[in-house]
Write a protein that binds this ligand. Structure first.
Ligand SMILES: C[S@@+](CC[C@H](N)C(=O)[O-])C[C@H]1O[C@@H](n2cnc3c(N)ncnc32)[C@H](O)[C@@H]1O
Length: 309
């Protein structure tokens, strides 16, 4: 169950790794990016690897064991970046990488409920010790809340119809499995949509997963903290996989690139935006043809890079 690290060469290049530097990989996963960074920390450098998934930490821990205490692995949410760095006594780092979303092993392990291709209990928690599951969301949220989740996080055209169908189904019996959820979605959609190339459940599964894991909340909290925890010249790299994430990253960088947004006649700044970042590339970096041929899951990846000024 190998996860092919997306945009690996590009990440290594844009991080401009200092062999003595301190780096954060906030989405350790199977440790592919982390390994490439650690291999270049030939001086006294170290890497802090964070993941909220215990299984990822176990796997990456074995893969990175040869680096000894130069690899410091932490179970946590990158939304708590500041507290995690504080707990390690680290004030600022030379670079940070966040490769958002789920890993291939999370998707491929049918039992975790991330995939619409395999029938499993509705779970979708990246952190299996967290309390909220996909089952809870589908069986306890109001129709309006479900509609909003499918629409906002999945950009699902049939959000209203699907929310109503979920509520109707659960009046008979709780919705327990991914297979049942797929069935509800299929029954709701017009035949023409079912013939489209994209799986009809893809958008709703993405939406529920984002809600279960509060993915956008964690991303926003991380982006609020990361610039302060970078040394001048240090780089922040974020790989996103859908437009919602990419928009949040792009906006966060833009705000810190432009500085204060208060009207010119304000006597004091109330927005609090200080010029702390500059974009390194004008457009996001995307995978080349060779990578796409080798790893179709890289298809929607977009890497944004900003530098602390
Ligand atoms: C796409 S994978 C990373 C793959 C990794 N870069 C590699 O090369 O193997 C994303 C990982 O980030 C973790 N993750 C996602 N959101 C997180 C968050 N808010 N805090 C900590 N880990 C998170 C997931 O559990 C998953 O293991």
């Amino acid at each position: 169950m190998r996860h092919k690290s997306v945009l690996l060469q590009e990440c290594v290049r844009y991080l401009e790794i200092d062999p003595d530097g301190v780096y954060v990989d906030g989405t350790l996963g199977m440790g592919g990016h982390a390994e490439a960074v650690l291999e270049r920390l030939t001086g006294g450098g170290m890497l802090v690897g964070i993941d909220r998934d215990e299984r990822a930490l176990t796997y990456a821990g074995e893969r990175l064991a040869r680096f000894g205490d130069r690899a410091k692995l932490v179970k946590g949410n990158f939304g708590d970046l500041g507290a995690i760095l504080d707990s390690l006594g680290i004030e600022q780092v030379n670079g940070m990488l966040f490769d958002l979303g789920v890993s291939s092993p999370q998707l491929d392990d049918g039992s975790r409920g991330f995939s619409y291709m395999q029938d499993a209990p509705l779970d979708m928690r990246m952190d299996e010790s967290a309390s909220l599951t996909a089952r809870d969301i589908l069986n306890t949220m109001s129709e309006a809340e479900l509609r909003s989740i499918f629409w906002r996080y999945g950009e699902e055209r049939y959000a209203g119809r699907i929310a109503a169908a979920v509520v109707a189904a659960r009046e008979q019996a709780p919705v327990e499995t991914t297979g049942q959820f797929v069935q509800i979605i299929r029954q709701t959609m017009p035949a023409a949509v079912l013939r489209e190339k994209q799986h009809p459940a893809k958008r709703c599964f993405q939406a529920v997963r984002i809600a279960v894991n509060d993915e956008l909340g964690a991303l926003e909290r991380m982006l609020d903290t990361a610039p302060d925890r970078l040394k001048t010249g240090g780089r922040l790299l974020v790989i996103s996989f859908h437009s919602l994430e990419d928009r949040i990253v792009k906006e966060a960088i833009r705000r810190r690139e432009n500085g204060c947004t208060c009207p010119p006649d304000f006597p004091v700044c109330t927005c609090g935006f200080v010029k702390t970042l500059k974009s390194v590339t004008r457009k996001p970096v995307i995978p080349g043809g060779e990578e796409l041929a080798d790893n179709p899951r890289a298809r929607s990846a977009r890497l944004r890079i900003a530098e602390k000024v």
